[in-house]
Design a protein around this ligand. Structure first.
Ligand code: ASP
Length: 320
């Protein structure tokens, strides 16, 4: 087994510097060196991609990272890929990779909530779990994984739910695909809802896709501003509802040809199709020609950006 570690920064690679709070300054090689048990599982090679906190990631950087993963998949000697990243936008990066990747080499993304200088630092255990996950023969068919706190999630489904607790990644409603028990990887389910793979044209990548959460009596300006952008992803209330006051702004946006993609702000459940008919309900969204998404708002935005850059918005989201 040869596992390639692609280090990008984040808490897993952060240490406090004299008199200051933690910042990413460790290299991937340092992360590997700190976990001697890795050597019993695989030969580790390291790609030093970056040393940044994850909120510094852009969609261009995610695309570059997807290129590195593809390159490693093409390298016949690599049997698994582990990406380390900060946890804040890890779910977006992992999903970006998932949407662009159709290789056979298992890929997992991991990180840490407690930096290596803190008691109970979780980076080493997460790295070990991620290497175990990509060394599991079944992992190749499960898409990009998020490995965290011994739970193995689909990148499409995992979301960060806690600001500081090491048990921060969850798959709402359905739970993880598998777990790491002692030194074994145990799979419980396979994702049946998957996405097409998109071939991104780097010149078409845009960050100008707005992501807005609907709230009671929200100012219409919050959605109107997206009329100047490349898309609006809207987390509607409940099963797909918005305050009536924003409907005219949504109509203008759609008339201007800006794609409107709707998901729910509820962490579980899907959008309704034919339950309510009030103004601002799913009936209004249907009339507007809104596209439906079944992933959370931040992932919906990533999917819209990737699909726009591949010129395949129709393949990405259904219109009920
Ligand atoms: N708190 C973050 C982390 O878990 C910082 C970051 O996302 O880089 O790594």
């Amino acid at each position: 087994m040869t596992v390639a570690l692609v280090a990008t920064g984040g808490t897993i690679a952060s240490t406090p510097t004299a008199g200051a709070d933690a910042e990413p300054d460790l290299r991937g090689a340092d992360l590997v060196e700190a976990v001697p048990e890795l050597g019993e599982l695989a030969d580790l090679t390291v790609r030093e991609f970056s040393a940044v906190p994850s909120p510094h990631f852009t969609v261009e950087r995610m695309h570059d990272l997807a290129g590195v993963v593809d390159e490693l998949d093409d390298d016949g000697g690599v049997t698994g890929v582990v990406v380390t990243q900060g946890t804040d936008v890890l779910e977006e990066t992992a999903y970006f990779l998932d949407l662009c990747y159709d290789g056979d080499t298992p890929v997992a993304v991991t990180g840490a909530m407690r930096n290596p200088s803190l008691p109970g630092a979780d980076g080493p255990a997460n790295l070990l779990a991620a290497v175990r996950a990509v060394s599991s023969p079944e992992a190749a068919d499960l898409g990009v994984l998020v490995a965290f706190n011994d739970r193995l999630h689909a990148a499409r489904e995992a979301t960060k739910v806690h600001t500081t607790n090491p048990d921060t990644f969850r798959t709402p409603e359905f739970g993880p695909l598998g777990v790491v028990d002692e030194d074994r990887v145990v799979w419980y389910r396979a994702p049946t809802r998957t996405d097409p793979t998109f071939e991104v044209d780097a010149d078409r990548l845009t960050a100008d896709v707005h992501a807005v959460t609907a709230t009671a009596g929200m100012p219409p300006e919050q959605v109107a501003v997206a009329a100047e952008g490349d898309g609006l992803c809207l987390a509607a209330t409940g099963a797909g509802h918005v305050p009536p006051g924003v409907v005219p702004a949504l109509e203008d946006l759609v008339a201007a040809g800006v794609p409107l993609v709707v998901t729910s702000r509820c962490p579980e459940g899907r959008l309704a199709r034919n339950t309510y008919g009030f103004r601002g309900s799913e009936a209004t969204l249907r009339e507007l020609g809104a596209r439906y998404s079944d992933v959370n708002l931040q992932k919906t935005r990533i999917k819209a950006i990737v699909a726009l850059a591949a010129d395949r918005l129709e393949a990405a989201f259904e219109r009920p």
